[in-house]
Design a protein around this ligand. Structure first.
Ligand code: RP5
Length: 181
């Protein structure tokens, strides 16, 4: 006889969980030297009340651990992965190769090449292994994109995103008005 095991998918939450709940976003980086660049993005996740987990998973220094983290993330309830790396920035792409989750890469300006090396390492993925890429050091946009993805199935996050966009628009219009005064 053969035994079949079925994996029960983690149901998508429909309400924004409190920050003490299971992380929905995994934010990982190639080195703790990337952390200052991620600070702005972490502030955004906190502002939107998105529970997140932080880790260091280096594609080159801890390849086995990185693959394990990528392999297990979906089963732990993670919905989006943000991965930051600089230089030969293989982390986002390698994680993307091992998980079915959306992965957002943050190219970190870490070397003498002004972050162009990181950007190109992350964005030039082969067909079949999509990895979203934000601008160099732009962890803010990585976090906002993660919130938008979550907002597709968590109405609370989508409502908060609409308010964020409305406030941003208002600020620009007010500043423009001041220039005309
Ligand atoms: C990458 O190398 C890291 O993501 C970091 O941006 C860069 C430099 O790392 P450290 O030498 O500061 O640890 O793997």
């Amino acid at each position: 006889t053969t035994t079949t095991t079925t994996t029960k998918p983690t149901p998508a939450p429909t309400q924004a969980p409190s920050s003490s709940e299971t992380p929905l976003v995994l934010v990982t980086m190639g080195s703790d030297s990337d952390l200052p660049v991620l600070k702005a993005g972490l502030d955004i996740l906190r502002e939107f009340g998105v529970p997140f987990a932080l880790d260091i998973t280096s594609a080159h220094r801890t390849p086995k651990y990185m693959m394990r983290v990528a392999d297990e993330a979906a089963g732990k309830g993670i919905k989006v992965i943000i991965a930051a790396a600089g230089g030969a920035a293989h982390l986002p792409g390698m994680i993307s190769s091992e998980t079915p989750l959306p992965v957002i890469g943050v190219p970190v300006k870490a070397t003498h090449l002004d972050g162009m090396d990181s950007l190109l390492s992350i964005v030039q993925m082969p067909r079949g292994v999509p990895t979203a890429t934000v601008g160099i050091n732009n962890s803010t946009n990585a976090a906002l994109l993660a919130v938008r993805i979550l907002g597709s199935f968590v109405p609370d996050y989508q409502e908060k995103m609409k308010r964020y966009q409305a406030e941003m628009e208002e600020q620009v219009i007010v500043k423009g008005g001041r220039l005309r005064e």
